[in-house]
Design a protein. Sequence first.
Length: 239
Amino acid sequence: MAFRSKAYKNGAALIEEGRTYSPLDALRLAQKSSPASFDASVEVSMRLGVDPRKADQMVRGTVNLPNGTGKTARVIVFATGAQAEAALEAGADEVGDDELIEKVAGGWTDFDAAVATPNLMGKVGKLGRVLGPRGLMPNPKTGTVTMDTAKAVSDIKGGKIEFRTDRAANLHYIVGKVSFTDQQLVENYVAALDEILRLKPSSSKGRYITKITVSTTMGPGVPIDVNRTRNLLEDTDEA
């Protein structure tokens, strides 16, 4: 049995067993129940009614959160020449080609996102075993394989997040920090939810979103009513 701190238990006691909450109330409760002494991240976890083993049911995308993520993402860029210079000017944390590729191949993954120009993907593709499992492999579908490296870096550092279903059809993404206002968190939640709904595979049958939970770093999960998908900015269970 996992050890739970007193702060965790106190936070968990605030959540009514068997109840699901509106997104706004769930986010407020997640903030209130956070046991961390630092500014914890707020993360949403979803279970989707898709079969990720089928290519046409893989849900993957990106979204620019209107209020950012609350942290500055560390971005590396595989590029040379003008694209490398543009990435550095945009704030990339590290830029390079062969030397950077060798560094990552050696196991270095101290970054949150990777961008690459198309001409280097033949070399970067060899990093699949290192970047793939961590969801860091550049991909044209998410805008991280591009000649416009400056825009890619700016978008990521400005609050662009990437999400994709795992083997169990679960999907996770950050919507901000505990220090955010509840309105900022729900605005970010709505932006991501709308994009996930837009990406529903046409071949997926039955209920698309089967479970949603919001939690903070080291905090208890708060279940969200999966039927609440519209008019959420003012939606609350409170009378």
